[in-house]
Design a protein around this ligand. Structure first.
Ligand SMILES: [Zn+2]
Length: 333
């Protein structure tokens, strides 16, 4: 994000009560168009539970009942058949079967969230647990602007090294702008700044040709649609969207504990950052959009690393910082 940092009373994330119908409609259509692409991690858990139920089936033992029916033979004395009396016993057994709780398993998978105009895929990498209620979801978005590369290392490190706590899940999206990444440009291949393209009240289509062009329409870009659909489905508790080069944790004020933990672990100050959106309108950024429309589900926070960071910082340190601040990290491995 190229924007003014901490200068003056910039209020970019002021809540407005007017709902942007255009943005909502676009987000909805994006979700329906792309919703199928993302496998729901809770599905395997449901399947597995249903398959375990048929296991306790002592059913065949109930069959001795027919042997009791031949007993009404002419001679009542010939009643050795009462041996069939234990029949009621097996009938009782199937009832109190306490289902063995399936052991939670770590699930690792990837999903294609969307494709770009140049045919590149936007990938999501998942880690979570089966047979567990996922209580906390973290999304790490490594890159939105193709010329800001450090977050790619964060994404890669988290994906390879972090095991979530039971009840937590982590989605890593290394880049939502693979075309820009390949070209080394801030914008996508169509020249759109993906962090000005979100369907909010502050969206503007002006500025074509500039580094911060919002695109022809709100949420016009495939990349924006794909990630918007994904976030609407997942409703993450925490979203860390990595940028450069200002060296700040951008304040939203929604979850000050999370912001403080991030800032401490990253060694960065917390600052308000505006993107030029007039006061009273919602910034057409990912974080502006999520916090405005899905904010009751969680917090989206922009992390601005400094312009030049080491691999150790962008990788391990930032990976530990983000997953620690979200409290989703069980242990390394
Ligand atoms: Zn950026």
């Amino acid at each position: 994000m190229k924007h003014v940092v901490g200068r003056g009373p910039v209020r970019s994330l002021v809540l407005v009560t007017v709902l942007s119908l255009g943005g909502t409609a676009l987000a909805t259509s994006a979700a329906s168009a792309l919703g199928r692409d993302v496998p729901d991690p809770s599905e395997p858990a449901v399947e597995a539970t249903s398959t375990t139920s048929p296991t306790p089936s002592p059913g065949p033992t109930v069959s001795p009942t027919p042997s009791a029916s031949p007993s009404p033979s002419p001679s009542p004395t010939a009643s050795p058949t009462p041996t069939a009396s234990p029949t009621p016993k097996p009938t009782a057994t199937p009832k109190p079967t306490p289902k063995p709780q399936p052991t939670p398993k770590l699930i690792t998978r990837s999903a294609v969230l969307g494709t770009t105009v140049q045919g590149r895929t936007i990938m999501g990498y998942y880690r979570g647990w089966s047979h567990t209620t996922q209580r906390r979801t973290l999304v790490v978005l490594g890159q939105m602007h193709g010329d800001e590369k450090a977050g790619l290392q964060t994404a890669d490190w988290v994906r390879r090294n972090v095991k979530p706590t039971k009840g937590s899940e982590i989605w890593v999206i290394p880049t939502m702008n693979p075309d820009g990444n390949a070209r080394g440009t801030r914008t996508n291949a169509r020249g759109v700044d993906l962090n000005r393209n979100w369907g909010t009240s502050g969206y503007r289509s002006s500025g074509k040709g500039s580094r911060t062009w919002g695109g022809p329409r709100a949420a016009s870009e495939r990349e924006t649609k794909a990630v918007a659909a994904f976030l609407r489905r997942k409703r993450p508790d925490y979203i860390a969207s990595v940028h450069q080069p200002f060296g700040v944790v951008v304040r939203t004020g929604k979850d000050r504990g999370w912001e403080r933990r991030l800032a401490d672990a990253l060694g960065l100050p917390i600052r308000e950052v505006g993107v030029g959106t007039p006061s009273g309108l919602t910034s057409p950024t990912l974080t502006g959009w999520y916090n405005r429309y899905y904010g009751r589900h969680g917090t989206a926070t922009t992390l601005e690393y400094r312009a030049s960071v080491t691999s150790a910082y962008a990788g391990r340190r930032a990976g530990l910082a983000i997953t620690g601040a979200a409290r989703v990290r069980a242990r390394l491995g």
